[in-house]
Design a protein around this ligand. Sequence first.
Ligand code: DAH
Length: 332
Amino acid sequence: MDLKDLKNRAEKEISLAQNLEALNEISKKYLGKKGEITLVLRSLKDLPITERKKQGQLANQIKKQLEQAINNKDFKTKEDVKDRIDITAPGTRPLQGHLHPITLVKKEVEDIFAKLGFETIEGPEVEDEWHNFDALNIPKEHPARDMWDTFWLKEKGLLLRTHTSPVQVRYMEKNNPPLRIIVPGRCFRYEATDASHEINFYHIEGLMIDKEISASNFKAIMEKFFQEFFKKQIKLRIRPSYFPFTEPSFELDLECLVCGGKGCSVCSKRGRIEMAGAGMVHPNVLKAVNLNPNNWQGFAFGMGLDRLTMMKYKIDDIRLLYSSDLRFLRQF
Ligand code: DAH
């Protein structure tokens, strides 16, 4: 018996086998009880002793090789490989998104104000001239309009809102006092960008109207808010300012928490940062929404949400917040 020939035949058949059934047949043909190799091994006893040893070793070696070839046989075709799912392969983690730092801060601000009784309201980003300006005591041709570098839309009388204050008007048109709302939202201004200015940014407007609301209510609410938000006592400074829709008007400054008051790019080296404009709602604004200023009064404020975020996370350039740079965003 030519063992080499047997081996070659068997190997060829194994490699050509198309399915498990065919493979079993081949296994039986060569390695089964009456298989060719088995017969060879059985007939060894008839050989002279030196032959027996040589042939025996060779036959056993071939048997092992064929067994191995059968075990290793893989039926997959190229198509199979593409479609097959290897359930034993380690999984790839799905890429999970997460909230933007501004969204995180917005949520936190909403929660704190909710505890103080303020409802969260939203308004449109494309605004009309009446709500963004006129109703807020900023008539056409009034020089105060220069305070807001505005993106006007082609359609007459429409613009990208320059602040969230128009939502005060929208809300008071539909709701009667007493009222307490905050309005987080995106605003737009046509201006040069730098470390603390962007053409789009976020404000949080606040409005509280009742019979006897004064500037001390404003101060108390703000102190409470900043203490909760920064989890420590924060030094506020309230100084006189001017806004057409408030009288008197103030500006609220915080010690810059990015540099700790030493002066940095965020506070323009001043050590303090303007956090909010505010004031007692101007009688003309109340009149514009048909409220009688003799019966109702209150305060309003507009706070920079980006600045709040920058103070919270010690971010020294507002442009990072809008850069979509994952190296930055992944830190939150
Ligand atoms: N809207 C103002 C701004 O764009 C901020 C502001 C100032 C809002 C005073 C107010 C306010 O509600 O009372 O800078």
